[in-house]
Design a protein around this ligand. Structure first.
Ligand SMILES: Cc1ncc(COP(=O)(O)O)c(C=O)c1O
Length: 381
């Protein structure tokens, strides 16, 4: 039996229609996974990762320890150098996941007396890291550069200020005006940190939005994750060598955990090699994904659905359907028709902003896109 307080919390979730369960995956048309480029099941990447392991004589199943102890196998240094090159950063530091990277970064970097300004919709991993920090933290309105500027101006110039946003928001799929934010942060001596979890592999021919806008030298740090477009696992903080050294010394989620096994790092290398090899090729998964994003958006007016959707140019296209019960019902109906489009419930998003989140992929066909939107129009009409 659960302690009473815990049971009460679970009961509340049930009553609010927001109880989460772990359900087995079914073979449905995929509008829900983060495997934007189909890399998670790419045989070429799988084979290449094995080749990398064999060439490096890494016949092992695990890393055997923390990166600071026995776990820092040979592939890490190579992978980090390749990542730094690919994303045009001075250096890179691999963490076990994006969650670990954000928690490690925000709990370690901003110090007591510093200030963190964060977009009100940043990912839970950033919030959790901020909660562990001794710095003061204030949110600014979502993608509202003016609000950010006003808040920055109220701070003393003597303070260290960290500003954090995402280049593609995970629930809304929209993006901030990063150029403006970088200009404001430059002017106010604030350090800009950008989470590119949903932009890496998708925007800027795979290099992310920061690099696409030529802002790589103007951000303090970027996060790229490999469980989404890269189809594998892990993450990296892109930063300069000094910040990397600081994180190696103080980011507890890097220090006090077993490092990624060699095959995970080999897959990260193989995925980036594949991305690098694609260049501007119009039939590459990156181009096909971009075509599908544009096609999806072009179909919204055809089905009179544009007012439901949050505007964005990313692989995440979200339709607001208020109420946990209602959005779950629409998702269930789509499932019965063979489509996986997942509902995002409150409290993950604010009550009233519940939504159906369409994740688009290089491998979705135009026919699938038209069919799922026609069904959506029927179910919400
Ligand atoms: C914006 C953002 N940052 C960080 C993460 C965490 O990444 P990971 O899945 O690698 O832990 C996610 C994953 O959902 C995300 O959406």
């Amino acid at each position: 039996m659960l302690p009473k307080k815990l049971q009460h919390k679970l009961d509340k979730r049930s009553n609010d229609n927001s109880l989460r369960t772990l359900t087995p995956q079914r073979d449905l048309v995929d509008f829900s996974s983060n495997d934007y480029l189909g890399f998670a099941r790419d045989k070429g990447i799988y084979d290449r990762a094995h080749e990398i392991l064999q060439k490096n004589n890494l016949y092992c199943n695990g890393s055997s320890g923390s990166r600071l102890l026995s776990g820092n196998h040979a592939l890490f240094a190579f992978a980090e150098a390749e990542l730094a090159k690919f994303y045009n950063a001075a250096d890179a530091l691999i963490f076990n996941s994006g969650y670990d990277a954000n928690v490690g970064f925000f709990s370690a970097v901003p110090q007591r007396g510093d200030v963190i300004l964060y977009d009100e919709l940043v990912h839970a991993s950033i919030r959790d890291g901020i909660q562990m920090s001794l710095a003061k933290a204030y949110k600014f309105k979502h993608n509202d550069v003016q609000d950010l500027e006003q808040k920055l101006r109220k701070l003393s110039v003597a303070m260290q200020v960290y500003v954090v946003t995402e280049s593609v928001f995970s629930m809304d799929g929209d993006s901030p005006n990063l150029r403006k934010m970088a200009r404001i942060c430059d002017g106010e001596f604030a350090h800009l940190i950008v989470d590119e979890a949903h932009a890496a592999g998708v925007l800027g021919r795979g290099h992310g939005l920061v690099e696409d806008l030529a802002l790589s030298q103007r951000v303090f740090a970027r996060l790229v994750t490999f469980g989404k477009a890269m189809g594998c696992h892990g993450a990296a903080i892109l930063c300069d060598a000094d910040l990397k050294s600081f994180l190696v010394n103080f980011a507890r989620s890097l220090i006090y955990t077993t490092a990624l096994p060699p095959h995970a790092v080999a897959t990260i290398i193989a995925g980036h090699e594949a991305l690098n090899g694609m260049g501007g090729n119009s039939t590459s998964p990156v181009s096909l994904l971009q075509d599908n994003i544009q096609f999806f958006k072009s179909q919204l007016p055809v089905f009179n659905l544009q007012s439901l959707f949050i505007t964005g140019d990313s692989a995440i296209q979200s339709a607001i359907i208020s109420g946990n019960e209602r959005v779950k019902e629409v998702s269930e109906k789509l499932k019965l028709e063979g489509f996986s489009v997942l509902p995002i419930l409150s409290p993950t998003v604010p009550a009233g902003d519940e939504r159906l989140r369409f994740c688009l992929h290089s491998y979705n066909s135009q026919e699938e896109i038209k069919t799922v939107l026609a069904l959506l129009a029927k179910f919400v009409g």
